[in-house]
Design a protein around this ligand. Structure first.
Ligand code: I3P
Length: 106
């Protein structure tokens, strides 16, 4: 599963507010239990993630619609096992549900 999502890093580890909190449009690729963030669709082949970030392990990660976030629509939340939290905005409801299904299955 892959495509562009707008991403905001909320928590960087349990309870710790992320320092860079701005929304950034990233090409997201879910494969083999990991989520990678890239600048564009050519990123995965080049292996160069956005900012050189490591792939995000989805092992014991949880995702859900971000009902408490009201500023944007079609936003879901991804929490990883180390307590990091990301808000991700899909382009519409269908796109969001596709991501949530893919994340739940990984
Ligand atoms: C952040 C940016 C985000 C905003 C965040 C700001 O500033 O404006 O859009 O989140 O607010 O810190 P910057 O771009 O200078 O890093 P929202 O869009 O959710 O308001 P926050 O720190 O209250 O999360």
């Amino acid at each position: 599963h892959e495509g562009f999502l707008l991403r905001k890093h909320e928590l960087d580890g349990a309870g710790k507010k992320a320092s860079n909190r701005s929304w950034v449009n990233l090409y997201c690729v879910l494969a083999k239990g990991d989520l990678g963030f890239y600048k564009d669709a050519k990123g995965p082949a080049a292996g160069a993630t956005h900012g050189g970030e490591p792939l995000l392990s989805l092992h014991r990660a949880a995702s859900e619609v971000a009902n408490d976030y009201k500023k944007k629509k079609n936003v879901f939340k991804l929490k990883t096992s180390d307590g990091s939290e990301f808000l991700l905005q899909a382009k519409d409801e269908e796109d969001m549900q596709g991501w949530l299904r893919a994340l739940a299955a990984s």
